[in-house]
Every structure is written in structure tokens, then in C-alpha cells.
Write a protein that binds this ligand. Structure first.
Ligand SMILES: C[S@@+](CC[C@H](N)C(=O)[O-])C[C@H]1O[C@@H](n2cnc3c(N)ncnc32)[C@H](O)[C@@H]1O
Length: 292
């Protein structure tokens, strides 16, 4: 399957590419793994022996953190990209009860209440209908089970992407339409809280997770933008060589450098969690009888 086939036609002009796992790992996977390591102990269920689902699992960062930090009975990762699912499968520890399935987040291939915890890392904004996906997450978790996710704070706290899009807009005003801080409404606490409440989830909480993103040098930061995975690299790959050089120079001028040439930024994600309400007895009618 070539990269074009893995683009979602419903995404229209966005055309984000998610195909080559190794390139994604160099670009974003190395940072999403750090967030997943923070997220699992802080926001997710502590019990061992649970059945977990990771929605939009990509190359498997969150599924790996669950397998490493909990003793799950089962971890299933679902992603629409066959290439990413293959990378996740190849990097899973053989002893971990992990399975990776190619499927659509808005139509999960699972029966109702099949999982104890349903989680998702950095994926919600890339789905054509995030509300439908959250409803699916709520459907497949058991009553009382956890539904939790995190997304980058594209508008402000994700330093790498914020600097990238600010530099892109300086050299190409038309890049404003592609800026993830503008495209993605689900990158702030209130819309996340509303999405969880809208799916009928209870005990909704939102918290920030901040991780360091330290690059050995500017080349280490810039090279992954040339490999075409996700919105910013997809945009970069489509530029002419001259425009790409202008963007590289603008971004290079906008990032701080340490004495050794390293570039130290931080990345903030917003994590949201809630629970499917436990099964309750139906409300009593005003005549004092229980409904049939
Ligand atoms: C930014 S990546 C996040 C991957 C991974 N969870 C992580 O934290 O690194 C977004 C993921 O959403 C997946 N995706 C996009 N649309 C999807 C859909 N409709 N159903 C399932 N996955 C989808 C992409 O293939 C990609 O792997």
C-alpha cells in the first residue's frame, strides 16, 4: 500500500500522511513515548490484570507503556495505518499480551463493554469525527471503566510544533491554514472536558503533562520534518527546495541553542479522563413505580 492510500480522503486538504513507522518514531514517537510513560501512572487505572484498548495506537507508544507499567491481561492497539500497526507489532515485547489491529477509531471492532480501560495518545485531532470516536471509546469500556486520552497543546505549550508553525507562517502566510494550533479545537482543557461530558462520561478531569524535548543539535530537530509523517512534515515535504531552505533558516533562528549546540524545548500535552457511569437502576416514575 503506498502512502496516498493511507491518507483519509475525508480529511480533504489536510492530507496527513501516517505510513512509515520508523520515520514517525524519529519525528514524534520519541516524544509521545515520554508522555505515555508519564500518563499511564498518573491518569490511568492502577490495577493489574485489566483489558486495555489503545485507540489510534500508531507505532505503539501508549500500548508499550501500559505493558511495561501495568500487568495487563490484554492490550489491543487499533490504528488505521497498516504501516504503523506493523511497526507496533514488531516492537512489542514478545512476552506482552499485545495485539495490533488495523481498524477505524470511529467504528471499533469490539463488542460493548469489552475493555476495562480505553485510552488514546495524540490521536483524537486526526480523526474525521472525534466525537464519534469518543462515543465508541465509551461504548466498548465496561461500566465504571476508564476512558482517557491526551493531545498536544498545539496552540501554545508544544514548543517544537508551535515554533515550526510560527516560522512557517513567517515565510509563507498561507501556512496559517495548516497550523495545528488553529486546525485542532481539541487542544485545550475546555473542549476536551466537553467532549468527555458529551459522551456521557462521569468524573471528568483534565491535567497537563509536560515533558522535555531535547535535540542533540538543530539537524536532529530538522531532519524528521523531511520524512513526511504527520501535518508539519507533510507540509515541509511539499515545499520547493528554496522554500524549504527558507523555512529551515527561519526555524533555526527561532530555537534556543545550548553551548554544545543542543536545542532544549518542552512539550505540553493535555490529558483528559473520565469513567463510564456504573449501571444504575432506572429512575423511579412519579407514581412511585419502577418503569418496566
Ligand atoms: C499523531 S499519531 C499518534 C500515534 C500514537 N498514538 C502516538 O502516541 O504516538 C495519530 C494516529 O492516528 C491514526 N489515525 C488517523 N485516523 C484514524 C482513524 N480514523 N482510525 C484509527 N486511527 C487513525 C494515524 O494512523 C496515526 O497513527
Amino acid at each position: 500500500m503506498d502512502e496516498r492510500d493511507e491518507r483519509d480522503e475525508r480529511d480533504g486538504p489536510r492530507r496527513d500522511v501516517w505510513a512509515t513507522g520508523a520515520a514517525y518514531e524519529r519525528y514524534m514517537g520519541r516524544w509521545s513515548r515520554l508522555v505515555a510513560e508519564e500518563f499511564v501512572p498518573r491518569s490511568a487505572d492502577a490495577a493489574d490484570g485489566l483489558r486495555w484498548l489503545d485507540v489510534g495506537c500508531g507505532t505503539g507508544a501508549l500500548a508499550a507503556a501500559v505493558a511495561a507499567r501495568r500487568r495487563p491481561r490484554l492490550v489491543v492497539g487499533v490504528d488505521r495505518s497498516p504501516g504503523f500497526a506493523a511497526t507496533a507489532r514488531a516492537s512489542a515485547r514478545p512476552s506482552a499480551p499485545q495485539h495490533f489491529v488495523v481498524a477505524d477509531a470511529m467504528c471499533l471492532p469490539a463488542r460493548d463493554a469489552a475493555f476495562d480501560a480505553v485510552v488514546s495518545g495524540l490521536a483524537l485531532n486526526f480523526l474525521p469525527d472525534p466525537a464519534a470516536a469518543v462515543a465508541e471509546m465509551a461504548r466498548v469500556v465496561r461500566p465504571g471503566g476508564l476512558v482517557a486520552a491526551y493531545v498536544w497543546d498545539y496552540a501554545e505549550g508544544m514548543g517544537l510544533l508551535r515554533r515550526f508553525w510560527d516560522a512557517a507562517r513567517r515565510v509563507d502566510p498561507s501556512a496559517a491554514a495548516l497550523d495545528e494550533g488553529r486546525r485542532f479545537p481539541l487542544c485545550r482543557p475546555e473542549p476536551l472536558r466537553a467532549a468527555w461530558a458529551g459522551a456521557g462520561l462521569a468524573d471528568v478531569r483534565v491535567a497537563a503533562i509536560e515533558v522535555p524535548t531535547v535535540f542533540a543539535d538543530f539537524a536532529d530537530l530538522w531532519a524528521p520534518f523531511l520524512a513526511g509523517q504527520g501535518p508539519a512534515p507533510t507540509y515541509t515535504a511539499a515545499l520547493s527546495p528554496a522554500a524549504r531552505t527558507r523555512l529551515r533558516d527561519a526555524l533555526g533562528a527561532a530555537v534556543p541553542r545550548g553551548p554544545d549546540g543542543s536545542v532544549a524545548l518542552t512539550a505540553r500535552a493535555w490529558a483528559v479522563s473520565g469513567r463510564r457511569p456504573p449501571r444504575t437502576r432506572p429512575a423511579r416514575r412519579s407514581d412511585g413505580r419502577w418503569p418496566a
